[in-house]
Design a protein around this ligand. Structure first.
Ligand code: FES
Length: 147
């Protein structure tokens, strides 16, 4: 069962315009090279999900959920970033670090602010550069110029 988390938007305040929330899906079964079931009580994906969820706290424009396997197992840790009617992105090859989690949450915040989901390259947090795996246009009928 998927669990979607969203926190009240304490950082943007009540005067901000409502926006479509951006959803970060974190693979919680990713295991990086060297992961050892004998010594590691949690997967790398579970550790990464915990960090991303913590960094996303307080952003009403961002939701998170965990999902088991995004089919990118050879290049974990993997996440997907998506919102209704916008371009979606899959990113991978992350180590489950605070820096990577912060970069993903910042990118998701910019994705939420963007009408199309396209974030200008110059605004990309350094932690996400080189981690994009694929970009997926929104499904037809969502009113997006990309569908
Ligand atoms: S286990 Fe994470 S993508 Fe397959």
């Amino acid at each position: 069962m998927e669990r979607i988390r969203a926190a009240p938007d304490a950082r943007h305040g009540p005067d901000c315009l409502p926006m479509t929330p951006t959803l970060i899906t974190i693979c919680d079964t990713c295991k990086r090279e060297g992961w050892d079931p004998e010594t590691d009580d949690r997967t790398d994906g579970e550790r990464f999900a915990e960090k991303i969820e913590g960094k996303a706290e307080g952003f009403g424009s961002i939701q998170t959920r965990r999902h088991s396997c995004l089919m990118g197992c050879t290049h974990g840790c993997n996440v997907a970033i998506q919102a209704a009617g916008k371009l979606s992105y899959v990113l991978g090859r992350f180590e489950p670090t605070d820096e990577a989690a912060e970069g993903i949450v910042e990118y998701a915040r910019l994705h939420a602010e963007s009408k199309s989901g396209q974030v200008p390259f110059r605004s990309w947090p350094s932690a996400v550069r080189g981690h994009f795996v694929s970009r997926i246009p929104p499904a037809p009928g969502t009113g997006s110029p990309f569908s």
